[in-house]
Design a protein around this ligand. Sequence first.
Ligand code: AMP
Length: 290
Amino acid sequence: MNLGPIYFSMEILHTIGSLQPYINECKAHQHKVGFVPTMGALHQGHLSLIQQSLKENDITVCSIFVNPTQFNNTNDLANYPRTIASDVQLLEKEGCTVVFIPDEKEIYPSDAFKTLKIDLQGLDKHMEGKYRPGHFTGMVTVVKRLFEIVQPHKAYFGKKDYQQLKIIEFMVSKFKLPIQIVACETLRESNGLAMSSRNARLSAEQRKNAEIIYRALLNAKRNFLSMSVTQLKKQIADEINSCKDFKVEYVEIADADSLKPIIDNKKNNAMAFVACFAGEVRLIDNIHLS
Ligand code: AMP
């Protein structure tokens, strides 16, 4: 009896031509495929997604691709940390089955692949969408492209990038893709700072002071019923801005599903979202308030 492939050591694949036959062989034996798309510079937050996928599937594919079309700022793209050798080691140690590391030509063989036509129904209008124009079009384009290449049963995304998660869920339902999106909790440093590839660019002092972000969000959660939306937003911004080197870009309180800002005091299903700069480094975080 042929039970299909047995997965010993991690495959490191760079081309669609090598990845697809591998996945087809797994699927021919009814093996379930989990997928974790990343931009590399992996940390424990990414690895928690890999662990969840490994638990729920027979094979786990992790992609590493720093997608140029989702960066609205060329400096941010140039400075994005790239640590492929240690990423591969971490994934191997975790027991990941395949790491897919395509180059730009593989993902975008022509300009026709670079912009997915999709109306995101306003999900991309506020918060990150407002401050990073074009970011979500680039992100949703690359994720759809990667989904078509990998064709997983399940794909794993972090709630740290909550607006991204909601846009991907919408895209999957819009195109009726047979992929289950699994939302994973945000992993944090011991001081509460949400883990992020960008944290590597923080000075030791900024990293320590960055605890203010989650602390301000937790305070907002605590005061949620007793304060107005305007007061809550101001309180979060003031707390973060009071920290040396930190500057808030936006604070928003929005509906967890529509992502529309809450302006009245309707407080069901509310979340707080924040983006701020610590020196040159842009950080985001969020919390469920109700
Ligand atoms: P990135 O490499 O930043 O594109 O992230 C790849 C995936 O990892 C996305 O689904 C992120 O939301 C998720 N992720 C990033 N940071 C964290 C974290 N601290 N906890 C959980 N998931 C995370």
